[in-house]
Design a protein around this ligand. Structure first.
Ligand code: FES
Length: 159
């Protein structure tokens, strides 16, 4: 069942659309669940479908189309490193290797304590700042160096 907080956020979103177009809020609803839990389970998609009065398959199609939705448990802070060409030329592979070693996890995994997750992503339109990652799809950090990464991880660990 969707939490009261998620339902309240969806209800605010629904005010943007005609009453018979509730499914227009599906992307936001998925985001709200992910904001709360860090990922979206199949049961969450069922709950969203019921809440918005749309087929469960339609929710699943949206959730699986966009790579920013996590469909398996990820860390509270999920770092998504852009590994497209421009960023690779700017050191993305070294950044991924550094994060793997530092966090002790591979791409697509989360740390045992659930604090951090690590993913690779597509071009984020900020190639000039390579290498870069986003934190839980909310904040972008660029021109990464090992020292800068250490500082970011320390700050996130304390938050
Ligand atoms: S290739 Fe990484 S942001 Fe564009």
């Amino acid at each position: 069942m969707l939490s009261e907080q998620v339902q309240a956020r969806i209800n605010r979103e629904l005010k943007k659309y005609p009453a018979d177009q509730k499914q227009s809020a599906v992307m936001s609803a998925l985001r709200f669940v992910q904001d709360e839990k860090g990922w979206i389970a199949t049961e969450d998609m069922t709950d969203i479908a019921l809440y918005l009065g749309m087929p469960q398959m339609a929710v699943y199609e949206v959730a699986t189309f966009y790579h920013m939705y996590n469909l398996k448990p990820m860390g509270r802070h999920t770092l998504t490193v852009c590994t497209n060409l421009s960023c690779q030329l700017g050191g993305a592979n070294e950044t991924v290797d550094y994060l793997k070693k530092k966090l002790g996890i591979g791409l697509g995994e989360a740390t045992a304590d659930g604090k951090f997750g690590l993913l690779e992503g597509e071009c984020m339109g900020a190639c000039v700042d390579a290498p870069l990652f986003t934190i839980s799809n909310k904040k972008m950090c660029g021109r990464l160096t090992p020292e800068k990464i250490d500082q970011i991880l320390t700050e996130l660990d304390q938050s």
